[in-house]
Design a protein around this ligand. Sequence first.
Ligand code: ADP
Ligand code: MG
Length: 462
Amino acid sequence: MTFESLGLHQQVLKALADAGYTEPTPVQQQAIPAAIEGRDLLVSSQTGSGKTAAFMLPSLHKFASAPAEASEGKTPNQQAQAARARGERPRFAAAQPKMLVLTPTRELALQVTTATEKYSTQMRRVKAVSILGGMPYPKQMQLLARNPEILVATPGRLIDHMESGKIDFSKLEILVLDEADRMLDMGFIDDIELIVSRTPETRQTMLFSATLDGMVGNMARRITRDPQLIQVAGSSTKHENIQQRVHFVDDLLHKNRLLDHLLRDTAIDQAVVFTATKRDADSIADRLNIAGFAAAALHGDMHQGARNRTLNALRRGQVRVLVATDVAARGIDVPGITHVFNFDLPKFAEDYVHRIGRTGRAGRNGIAVSLVNHAEGVHIKRIERFTKQSIPVDVIAGFEPKKAAAPRSRPGWKPGDNRGRNGAKPGQRTFAKPGGAPRREGSGRDAGFRGQRDGRRDGDRG
Ligand code: ADP
Ligand code: MG
């Protein structure tokens, strides 16, 4: 299977060759031809499976194939100049994007914009810009004045601009909701509905989500027309290329010592350490820096400029250990991340899946290690139920927990359940019943676990 055979425009194919993409991923193989046909799409597939290209390539194909517009080509800037030349006071002309991509976080929006730039290098006429919370207002106005074809935005800030007449969606052809489940989790439902209500009914809508159940499914049905359902084989929660393990710790001191030890593993290229709170992210990053690791924190209390600088330093390899909260790290796609450490377990099993998905990008291998108090065994069990995988327990000589971990099942984890690069040794203990049939969750989500939500999460309303 090649990108050519999917019917993409020559300009898109050239950019893909330059980017080193040789073959479409499974989700791209299914989504691209359907999107080129103009179908609405509802897509779920695991993180790192190439969803950005799945919606962006057919959209760029459409723009590349469209005849050049003669009279409408004037940007708001040119219109303003023309008005000045006529001796009139220039009136602000609203940007009229053809495509809108909504994402839950700023980082994700920037990543989509960067990917779009990569896929559109051969297309002079196409500009993509991100409109994000935290970006200086004059800068946003400047970006909108260029009348970009493609707008990538978090819902909150976009609405500010819509309400003040800076953006007009009457020319919108394509609407994408990326990580729709996450946007709903973050409370963006009303914002999304409002934005959708301002777009033409004739638009093409593509929705991407880890799950298409429940609230996401309801919204998806309301905003799409005769959508093609694409669910790529394999659970969206299984990361089979990522080796997972659990280390038990007695207390915080033990945890800190073990983290330092694990981070000295020479197999680590780059790592993300997840913490429960913003304050912990800062203090652990400080501590690791003092210990000689090139560490940096990333969380929602940081200014956008600082967040961008940190992410760029991570991409350039100047930061080796990123210490992050869930929302800030969501969607981060840095190929050098070989290891994920859960310094604290996430509140929700689905966040565990998103966390470990920061490693093992684009089919590479990765390692995900959770440092767990004895009392947190029940959380691990919930994660195992959610992912339908058992997570082996590992012990490192010199770092043995004083209290022996109490396994919830007989020892004898069977190989093949969750094998990564090193595999788990026979006899390692897990919490899941060995070889037992995985428990089916009706919705694919663990309702009990989600029910424990509290206000401690690192909110990031665009
Ligand atoms: P998702 O949104 O499904 O989590 P992304 O769109 O962020 O995944 O893509 C994950 C990584 O895979 C990115 O680094 C992207 O450049 C890369 N990628 C996507 N499609 C291909 C492909 N066909 N060939 C090679 N790499 C790809
Ligand atoms: Mg994505």
